[in-house]
Design a protein around this ligand. Structure first.
Ligand SMILES: *Cc1c(COP(=O)(O)O)cnc(C)c1O
Length: 814
């Protein structure tokens, strides 16, 4: 897009203050991740949780000269303002206008699952034949869709956009700005259903998108969706796909039989093709693509060829720690301008001052000169210390890059180079086209070449937090418990992510954990739940806030404050005993507590307590009693103190089961991981942690042959045994030996056989078509963390915190 400030004001009915001729080509809404200030306008978005106005100053400081906001907040002659009623409405109006300027064909994809894959696959299938534009990643929301639409320009013939909603009445708004010719409804699942009355309402809302569509392609396996669409849109051209035989497009072969090709009937025409990946989700997404291609008039052979060439959609950026304290951000799945911009945004989230870029030739392009010029301009704004250009083409443009740069023909040459091997304390962004195999750089730099990893999906952590927040009032604060190495998930990485997403408080168990976070640049307030006496110094030095739960602790801490000559009121938190019988002041101590506190230079920031049984429905009475005691005690404390500290008592289960007692703040812990003890909410959460390994070796053994120490297992028949490089030193309890525990391999669940060793264990894979090097799931979806905890006869909390530090933690973002 390209508009002047004047045009923007006219299109979206905004009041313009300042230069009407300023040009706007990009919109930014997060001042921390602005990757380019050239012709960029900053959009101050107000949400329930946050107010973008707070960041206007930092956007201006970075060099942005057009601000779109509800009010003018800063006097600066260089800045032009567009004053609007609501920033989201503004982008939506603009996108609607923009979309209507171009008469392009359009496909709109909605549904609960599979939107992004179907969109990406359609793009892969159609971009050879049409000049296509698509939503980047899964930009599909009230803001994401408009931003995607603004990418349309005069060269495009076809737009493929995904559209997502989470609450009632959202689709109507999106339909007004984007009305696709071809509508696609993918699988309907339980995502967001909590905000709707029932599934029917959810489906009806989603299909509003198709109001003006000519053709609707939909997953017909959901009976309700099938009947609603046929009823509501009987006058439109409807094509259904899915596993059910009633669908216009469905599979007729036995798709579970891996030795056979998949055969599909498509409105009467039959065709077969080989498919390697056979899970239901992949197949049904492929059916959606086949249906659209068929509708667009592609011949059978062409469709088979296109399906054959679909590439798995890996849209995640992963961050791993490398040797010499380098942090590697690996994004080597596709390389185009959009994904480069996203990667540049992504690295802004890390506060590493030293940055290095490794970038390869772009594979898909129209005009190389223009493209590399744009790449260089964009890159020059990022302040990389050093740039490595890999590929014969991109090195021709080396002079365009301002940072110190080196060029190579191949990745293998780069890895051998001296400059590369000297890198230390750097954030290394790896941005390469697939065919250059840039992942080799990652492998080379990885700390230890560990095959066993604990993978933490940060987006899912955020998703789970949002699900919990949906039970709370918008103004209720949230503390994230990151004690015990963030429940085993990692140290500052999780805290940094949460800080970036404006968590109000962090909770650690002991002072050392808090100090570690501060040393890594965490500035969010941190409460220390169990401050040990020897650490009070560190507490004060690192601005940590202690939990004070007894007179002994209060007096000792106060002594330390005096010794440190602390000036001002030190923030502390008072814990009340209400029924857990662990730590806390008791009711009859309150009067004395008030007296003492009044004599000290201390400020009580919060009063809190902890529930013993928020996850146990049978203990509801007891829990309600805890609230009652808490309310009575804190009221007394507040009266006595003469001011009102914030109050909090709910943990994760409490949030879901007793939201009426949220007070001013809640403390989320295990819920972030995706574990919950509320059956209704469970399907809404996403498992955020995966413990994975690989098969080191496979042995064929005969009947009666024994496996592992002590010969506790002997094969009952000839079979195949896989050895996995993870053992009790990694956190797999030895009690899982010999059939007690299971792991997932190739979607099958197989038993551990023989004794679990210190660093290895064996599983019986029989005739599962696994090979050495294949992935092993210790827990993820299947088996789940809960199931694994069940094998171990314990709870997910203990499983996670028992995973040894030597297991590498990898953080991914979708
Ligand atoms: C660990 C902890 C929590 C979080 O509990 P979850 O059950 O993981 O949600 C909350 N409050 C306190 C005081 C804790 O120690």
């Amino acid at each position: 897009m390209k508009y002047t400030a004047q045009q923007l004001a006219e299109i979206a009915n905004a009041q313009l203050i300042g230069d009407p001729n300023k040009v706007v080509k990009n919109l930014a809404f997060d001042s921390r991740i602005i990757y380019s200030v050239q012709d960029t306008a900053f959009l101050a978005i107000k949400t329930e949780k946050n107010n973008g106005e707070k960041y206007i100053a930092s956007a201006i400081e970075k060099g942005i000269h057009v601000i779109i906001a509800e009010q003018k907040t800063i006097d600066n002659d260089e800045v032009s303002w567009l004053l609007v009623e609501n920033a989201i409405d503004f982008v939506q109006k603009l996108a609607r206008y923009h979309f209507n300027q171009y008469n392009i064909s359009s496909i709109g994809v909605t549904g609960s699952n599979g939107k992004t894959i179907v969109k990406e696959w359609l793009y892969q299938s159609l971009s050879d034949d049409f000049s296509c534009v698509k939503s980047p990643k899964s930009f599909n929301s009230q803001l994401g869709l408009p931003l995607s639409l603004l990418k349309i320009n005069a060269s495009h013939q076809l737009g493929i956009f995904e559209v997502g909603i989470s609450k009632p009445n959202e689709m109507e708004k999106l339909q007004e700005i984007f009305s696709p010719k071809i509508g696609i409804l993918t699988h309907i699942g339980s995502a967001h259903i909590a905000h709707f009355q029932n599934e029917k309402q959810l489906i009806e809302e989603k299909i509003t998108l198709f109001k003006n569509s000519e053709v609707i392609v939909f997953n017909g396996d959901n009976d309700l969706a099938f009947s609603i669409l046929n009823e509501k849109y009987s006058s439109k051209h409807l094509i259904s796909y899915g596993f059910g035989k009633h669908n216009d497009v469905h599979i007729i072969s036995d798709w579970k039989d891996r030795t056979k090709d998949i055969t599909v009937t498509c409105l009467g025409e039959v065709f077969s093709f080989p498919v390697h990946q056979r899970d239901e989700a992949t197949l049904v997404n492929a059916l959606a693509v086949i249906t659209v291609l068929y509708h667009l008039g592609y011949a059978r052979e062409k469709i088979i060829e296109k399906i054959h060439h679909l590439k798995s959609v890996e849209m995640r950026l992963e961050a791993v720690n490398g040797i010499r304290n380098n942090l590697i951000i690996n994004d080597s799945f596709n390389l185009d301008l959009d994904s480069l911009k996203i990667a540049y945004q992504f690295i802004k989230e890390y506060n590493k001052p030293n940055k290095v870029l490794i970038i390869t030739d772009f594979v898909e392009k129209h005009n190389a000169d223009e493209l590399y010029k744009e790449v260089a301009d964009l890159t020059n704004e990022q302040n990389f210390n050093m740039i490595f250009l890999v590929g014969e083409e991109i090195q021709k443009y080396q002079s365009l890059f301002k940072a110190l740069s080196f060029s190579f023909n191949k990745i293998s040459e780069l890895i051998k180079s001296q400059e590369f091997n000297k890198l230390e304390n750097q954030l290394i962004l790896l941005k390469g086209a697939r065919k250059f195999e840039t992942e080799k750089v990652k492998t080379y730099l990885e700390l230890q070449k560990h095959e066993t990893v604990l993978e933490v999906n940060l987006n899912k952590v955020l998703h789970n937090i949002r699900v919990h927040q949906s039970f709370l009032r918008p103004e209720t604060k949230m503390m994230a418990m990151v004690k015990a190495y963030s429940y085993g998930l990692g140290g500052y990485e999780i805290a940094e992510f949460l800080q970036h997403h404006h968590i109000d408080y962090l909770g650690v168990a002991v002072a050392d954990e808090g100090v570690e976070l501060r040393k890594n640049g965490i500035i969010t307030p941190i409460i220390v739940m169990n401050p040990e006496q020897h650490s009070y110094n560190a507490v004060i030095d690192f601005n940590l806030e202690p939990n004070i739960y007894s007179f002994r602790v209060l007096e000792l801490f106060y002594q330390q404050l005096k010794q440190a000559d602390f000036v001002g009121d030190y923030p502390i938190h008072i814990k009340l005993e209400t029924g857990m019988h662990r730590l806390g002041f008791k009711e009859d101590e309150l009067d004395e507590l008030i007296q003492r506190l009044k004599q000290m230079n201390i400020r009580v920031k919060s009063i809190f307590s902890h529930l013993s049984s928020a996850d146990i429905p049978a203990e509801r009475e007891y829990t309600l009693q805890q609230f009652e005691v808490f309310e009575r005690q804190s009221e007394r404390l507040i009266q006595g103190l003469g001011y009102t500290p914030i109050q909090h008592i709910l943990n994760s289960s409490g949030i879901l089961n007793y939201p009426e007692y949220q007070y001013d703040m809640v403390r989320i812990g295990i819920g972030m991981v995706g574990i919950c003890y509320n059956e209704k909410v469970k399907p809404l959460l996403q498992p955020a942690v995966a413990f994975k390994s690989v098969i080191s070796q496979i042995s064929e053994i005969k009947k009666d042959v024994s496996v592992s120490y002590g010969r506790r297992y002997k094969a009952e028949k000839d079979t195949r045994i896989a050895t996995i490089p993870v053992g009790y030193a990694d956190g797999i309890p030895r009690l899982l030996s010999n059939g007690v525990g299971f792991v997932g391999i190739k979607n099958a669940i197989v038993p551990i056989v023989g004794s679990v060793c210190m660093d290895m264990m064996m599983v019986n894979i029989e005739d599962i078509p696994a090979k050495e090097g294949d992935e092993v799931i210790i827990f993820n979806g299947h088996p789940s963390l809960e199931e694994f905890a069940h094998y171990c006869k314990t709870i997910p909390y203990e499983v996670l915190t028992s995973i040894s530090r030597r297991v590498k933690r990898v953080y991914v973002k979708d």
